[in-house]
Design a protein around this ligand. Structure first.
Ligand SMILES: Nc1ncnc2c1ncn2[C@@H]1O[C@H](COP(=O)(O)OP(=O)(O)OP(=O)(O)O)[C@@H](O)[C@H]1O
Ligand SMILES: [Mg+2]
Length: 245
């Protein structure tokens, strides 16, 4: 279980003072698929980054399972971070490394107890034939599937996704949502998805926080749809937008 209690976070420099998170209280169950939506600047990424300790709160507590994340020693923090993987909007692949090397990277940085194999995760995301390709030879959707394979190889118990589909078109978004959904079903980790795309939340998440200006203003139970009905085709959307007043 994840518990964020009374968390505040500000960013300061000489003349600005940004309240990125204000009085955040949030509980997320183990194994839940949880969404975070809100406009640009609402604090979504900052909230996510609390959970892998890339940001420290100014006040309050961040509890994940038995760990108080904001109070771990350096050694315990490294151990904790091994259980957490992240998927990024811009994929964050190393362009001078092959798909195989990118996916293997976490295993070269840390010792994991029960990692998956490169072949198993590439197979899982449907990219076994791209093992020896370089990122520049892949489409956006394929790059993100490499990003997901790299995130899964360590068998994380917490998967953090920051705008995983925001650099992708509608069809590719659907493809990535399906891979994340399958990962959640097969591995049962807790998954938190930050996005501004409601259809992604609708397809993937049980509940979603709505953020505004650093605050959680609502937590909504999501009526999941088996089909990604909100994803209209590019053609349908074009007709809708262009032909209506
Ligand atoms: N390292 C930083 N230094 C200064 N200000 C920051 C920093 N990180 C975030 N902020 C500010 O904190 C606020 C929340 O940022 P955050 O990145 O969490 O928003 P977001 O909801 O993820 O937005 P987006 O949808 O654009 O990614 C913003 O006003 C942002 O400018
Ligand atoms: Mg963000």
């Amino acid at each position: 279980m994840i518990q964020i209690q009374e968390v505040n976070k500000t960013f300061r420099d000489e003349d600005t003072h940004v309240y990125a998170l204000r009085d955040i209280h949030l509980t997320i169950d183990k194994g839940e698929a949880f969404g975070v939506i809100g406009e640009s600047g609402a604090g979504k990424s900052t909230l996510l980054r609390l959970l892998n300790a890339l940001e420290r709160p100014d006040s309050g507590r961040v509890l994940v399972g038995d760990h108080q994340v904001n109070q771990l020693s350096r050694k315990d923090l490294r151990a904790y971070q091994k259980d957490v993987s992240m998927v990024f909007q811009q994929f964050n692949l190393l362009n001078n490394k092959t798909v195989e090397e990118n996916v293997r990277l976490p295993l070269t940085l840390h010792q994991y107890d029960h990692p998956l194999t490169v072949d198993a995760v590439l197979n899982f995301v449907g990219l076994e034939d791209k093992k020896h390709s370089y990122p520049s030879q892949l489409s956006g959707g394929q790059k993100q599937r490499v990003g997901i394979a790299r995130a899964l190889i360590s068998r994380p118990t917490l998967l953090l996704c920051d705008e995983p589909t925001s650099a992708l078109d509608q069809n590719t978004t659907e493809e990535i949502v399906n891979v994340l959904k399958k990962a959640h079903e097969v591995f049962g980790m807790t998954i938190i998805v930050v996005t501004h795309e409601l259809a992604v939340i609708k397809a993937l998440c049980d509940r979603s926080a709505v953020m505004e200006d650093g605050r959680i203003v609502d937590i909504v139970s999501v009526q999941k749809s088996a089909e990604l009905t909100d994803f209209k085709s590019y053609h349908e959307r074009a007709i809708e937008v262009l032909t209506h007043a």
